[in-house]
Design a protein around this ligand. Structure first.
Ligand code: HEC
Ligand code: HEC
Ligand code: HEC
Ligand code: HEC
Length: 432
């Protein structure tokens, strides 16, 4: 063997060894599924650590939701960190127009960019939105903890109307939210999703057999029932933004409030990832191809025994395009995929912020006109109606967490509608 060849062989050997060690440390064994014989009690199953010895690879992914990776438009934090004090991104400081648009509603008091599932409970415990735990509804933990299954079992729907202080525990989102305690099969733990689906208003998708319904437990728009305070999905008339506005128009909902500056009744939209991705009037190529949330956010991986498992680190897919996008987009190269995705996001991001500012200016202009003498009742009512609708359309896209990636055609359509309404309102103001 020539000296150089030997040298190369050693290098390759070392490389292989390192790669093996890397594989050992970064992807633990999937565990012996046969070891798992179910949990004896819900108490045991609500604690995610208890699943670790049966399913170490999935557990390890879940743990990594504590590591925030910032991308150009997404990711939950500014740096990787494992403690709870990781710097949070304060939306109210970053986008001052939000204080005007959400004036009179708790979101004007505290609003941060979402973080990983690891922080869900901490972030709702710490929120400045409703500091008094006796007045804050228990419903707020509905999307933040595995305790929901136990609360349902013990109290039925009665727990929703208890004070927050009575129900808050120490478990964040975990295995039990998506897997059954008896046999670990994929399931969803929130019956409000079944009630929402029972309206039968899905237009574009067939929910049967989909694994991504687990995400629809929490990544949808919702409001509370006015009496029971239980979560309700605003899907009685459909899932598109127009259908949901119709739903809100039919009765005043808990997430509506009278805006102090214009006197309009406006609604707060919450993270409609599921609706924007799968529904909408514009065709979304990725949903049409049959891709589910889980295909991009939970790609398949291989553990140290060479066994395939599902990645449980929910984060931005742009941090690992090789396993999520390249199967279809290899011709763009990984850099090209990210550049195109960010190109799509950049156009939506610019537009949603511009319209957010325009909405704030419109609100302030209406407030000024209202404080004068010249505005008659009919004109004011018309301006308030315009405010209600423009804010509904703008917020639907603003609070959706993908900056348009999940359905960019629909995002532009809905934002354009908001802007046309604001322009119409400004014309009305100019004419008085
Ligand atoms: C075709 C791939 C794809 C599918 C399918 C998909 N997403 Fe996404 N998702 C993305 C990309 C890309 C982003 C943008 C990430 C970024 O900005 O860094 C994103 C962003 C997000 C974010 C914000 C994450 C962050 O880092 O700020 C959430 C939450 C999310 N998606 C949830 C969902 C849910 C729920 C579904 C199913 C209804 C879904 N996604 C379906 C690709 C996908
Ligand atoms: C039990 C409710 C719940 C379920 C189920 C759930 N999520 Fe989340 N998700 C949340 C909450 C709450 C946050 C924000 C946590 C925070 O900001 O502290 C979040 C945050 C995220 C983020 C943002 C992470 C980041 O880095 O910014 C992604 C991505 C995400 N979820 C994807 C998914 C996907 C995909 C599914 C389905 C496989 C899913 N989630 C299921 C409640 C849920
Ligand atoms: C937000 C929902 C969600 C949470 C939380 C969740 N899983 Fe999963 N899990 C899934 C989905 C979806 C699949 C894939 C199902 C499929 O593709 O057939 C899956 C698959 C699995 C599988 C089957 C093997 C594999 O990897 O495909 C195991 C075992 C598993 N999860 C264990 C866990 C454990 C342990 C936890 C907690 C540390 C956990 N899961 C948390 C949604 C979740
Ligand atoms: C199942 C195959 C498939 C997967 C997986 C997939 N895509 Fe696509 N994607 C398509 C198809 C098909 C189109 C439409 C045709 C085209 O533009 O090439 C498309 C279009 C796009 C576009 C629009 C291109 C443009 O500039 O107009 C972007 C951006 C994109 N995909 C990004 C992604 C990202 C990011 C991921 C991973 C998170 C991903 N795709 C995963 C099939 C896929």
């Amino acid at each position: 063997m020539r000296k150089e060849t030997w040298f190369v062989a050693v290098l390759v050997g070392a490389g292989l060894l390192l790669a093996t060690m890397g594989a050992l440390s970064s992807s633990p064994s999937n565990g012996e599924k046969s070891d798992f014989e179910g949990f004896d009690s819900l108490d045991e199953a609500t604690v995610t650590e208890n699943w670790k010895r049966y399913f170490p690879a999935q557990y390890e992914g879940w743990m990594r939701t504590s590591e925030m990776q910032e991308t150009t438009y997404g990711g939950g934090g500014k740096a990787a960190a494992e403690d709870m004090d990781i710097e949070k991104i304060n939306y109210l400081e970053m986008y001052p127009f939000l204080k005007v648009n959400y004036d009179g509603f708790p979101f004007s008091k505290g609003y941060y960019r979402s973080r990983g599932h690891y922080y869900a409970l901490t972030d709702v415990v710490d929120t400045e939105r409703l500091p008094d735990w006796e007045k804050r509804p228990a419903t707020c933990i509905g999307c933040k903890t595995t305790d929901v299954s136990k609360l349902d079992a013990v109290h039925g729907d009665d727990w929703y109307s208890m004070p927050f202080s009575k129900v808050v525990g120490s478990n964040t989102i975990g295995c039990l939210d998506c897997h059954a305690a008896e046999d670990a099969t994929v399931r969803h733990a929130r019956d409000w999703l079944d009630e929402g689906m029972a309206h039968g208003t899905f237009a574009n998708i067939e929910p049967e057999g989909r694994t991504d319904l687990v995400c629809a437990q929490c990544h949808t728009n919702y409001h509370f029932n006015a009496e029971t305070r239980k979560v309700e999905l605003p899907w009685t008339t459909g899932l598109t933004v127009e259908a949901q506005l119709e739903h809100y128009d039919a009765a005043q909902r808990s997430d509506e409030w009278v805006h102090p500056q214009t006197g309009a009744l406006v609604a707060k939209i919450q993270h409609p990832e599921y609706e924007l991705y799968h529904e909408g009037q514009e065709v979304n190529v990725h949903s049409m191809l049959g891709l589910q949330c889980t295909d991009c956010h939970m790609p398949k991986a291989t553990d140290s025994d060479g066994e395939e498992y599902t990645e449980h680190h929910w984060t931005s897919p742009l941090t690992h395009v090789e396993s999520t996008c390249m199967g279809c987009h290899s011709n763009w190269g990984s850099g090209g995929v990210i550049a195109r995705a960010e190109g799509v996001q950049g156009r939506v991001y610019e537009k949603q912020n511009r319209i957010g500012r325009e909405l704030a200016e419109f609100i302030e202009a209406v407030a000024e006109a209202r404080s004068g003498e010249t505005l008659d009742e009919v004109t004011l009512t018309r301006l308030q109606q315009i405010h209600r609708e423009a804010q509904f359309y703008w917020d639907f896209i603003w609070v959706e967490n993908s900056n348009g990636f999940h359905n960019w055609g629909e995002a532009h359509r809905v934002l354009d509608k908001a802007e046309a309404l604001i322009n119409e309102g400004m014309d009305v103001l100019d004419s008085v």
